[in-house]
Design a protein around this ligand. Structure first.
Ligand SMILES: CC(C)(COP(=O)(O)OP(=O)(O)OC[C@H]1O[C@@H](n2cnc3c(N)ncnc32)[C@H](O)[C@@H]1OP(=O)(O)O)[C@@H](O)C(=O)NCCC(=O)NCCS
Length: 168
């Protein structure tokens, strides 16, 4: 399993992986081209012999350089339950480019047990608290049956603790 930053040539594969990973929203290939082109430092891909097996997309919200917003985490069915989601998140926050982050934010639907467990485990390994608050209510998504997306905020933590081996 190889972990690396995305390149624009990964955009279509990233889109394909996300489309294969409900309940994630299926976005356009263009969205992933933009992420790969403009935000490679805050995104990470995993590859195995079959191709793309996992991704984490994220960015630093404007004017909040201490916070990494994790947008989507996707692990292909063949690679689930092996710790890949956790490994990608840890590898991301260990990057020197992200040495100044002290918080991770994400949104997780109420019923997504795997994702909630993933982020709870991350908070535990960072010895950080995790706080949940209302964020994007269902009505904000317009017509359809999109569920609400509450915000999870993890932190504060020191990324130096990561490199010192606090994450296990
Ligand atoms: C959520 C997802 C990324 C987890 O990836 P993964 O590589 O299988 O997760 P890991 O193996 O790293 O496991 C992380 C934790 O989640 C738990 N977990 C994994 N799958 C689970 C499931 N189906 N139900 C409950 N817990 C689960 C693991 O037991 C582990 O918990 P622990 O730290 O207490 O031991 C993956 O299931 C997925 O792609 N789901 C579809 C897309 C999605 O919902 N993404 C998240 C929204 S951003």
């Amino acid at each position: 399993m190889r972990l690396r930053k995305p390149h624009r040539s990964d955009g279509a594969s990233m889109c394909g992986l996300v489309r294969a990973c409900p309940p994630l929203d299926a976005n356009s290939a263009y969205a992933y081209l933009l992420l790969a082109e403009h935000f490679p430092d805050t995104c990470i891909l995993a590859e195995d012999d079959e191709g793309l097996s996992g991704l984490v997309t994220g960015y630093l919200p404007p004017n909040r350089p201490d916070t990494l917003f994790v947008w989507q985490v996707a692990v292909a069915g063949r690679a689930r339950g092996l710790g890949l989601g956790r490994r990608m998140l840890h590898a991301l926050i260990e990057r020197p480019e992200l040495a100044e982050i002290h918080y991770i934010e994400t949104t997780v639907g109420p019923g997504n047990a795997a994702s909630r467990r993933l982020f709870a485990g991350l908070a535990h390994s960072l010895r950080a608290s995790i706080v949940e608050a209302a964020f994007f209510d269902a009505a904000l998504f317009g017509a359809g049956d999109h569920e609400a997306e509450p915000l999870l905020r993890i932190g504060p933590f020191e990324t130096s603790a990561v490199t010192a081996g606090a994450i296990c």
